[in-house]
Design a protein around this ligand. Structure first.
Ligand code: HEM
Length: 125
């Protein structure tokens, strides 16, 4: 198995873990369970780093086109939204409901956008 395949599988597992730990921390309610919350944050960070490594590795050999650039920009934007809303949700003061709603919806967009980015960079399209 090639190193890039190991990274792709790791990113997939990290995505599953970040969503599962997020649902778990929500289910446990307030005040936030610090162990699960910290795990959630660290897994999210590991997921982001893994995606950066994957995109960097794949971008080296790929012919860049506007679709690939758009996919990378969207993926980066979705990660920024996830981290920004995550920070607001971490405050002791309850966040507006919209923030949690965004934090619940954007993971699907982040996952889809990441998959499309990898698909385009691997030259399948
Ligand atoms: C790729 C990044 C991330 C993903 C995919 C993600 C995903 C999720 C999901 C699916 C939930 C559960 C929502 C539900 O109940 O349906 C959640 C909850 C939560 N996440 Fe994240 N998250 C990410 C990053 C972060 C970061 C970086 C932080 C903190 C800095 C954070 C803080 C929280 C908090 C505090 C909750 C609990 C919200 C509450 O119930 O009030 N998340 N996350």
């Amino acid at each position: 198995m090639k190193p890039i395949d190991i990274r792709l599988i790791s990113a997939g597992i990290l995505f599953v873990l970040v969503i599962a730990s997020g649902m778990w921390v929500t289910r446990l309610g307030r005040p936030l369970n610090m162990v699960i919350f910290t795990a959630h944050k660290l897994i999210a960070l590991a997921c982001l780093i893994m995606m950066i490594l994957i995109v960097r590795a794949l971008a080296k050999g790929a012919a860049m086109n506007p679709a690939i650039i758009a996919a990378i920009v969207c993926t980066a934007l979705f990660f920024v939204i996830m981290f920004a809303t995550g920070v607001v949700l971490s405050f002791e003061k309850p966040a507006p409901r919209l923030v949690l709603l965004i934090h619940k919806i954007v993971p699907a967009l982040t996952l889809a956008s990441s998959a499309i980015t990898v698909y385009l960079l691997k030259g399948f399209a």
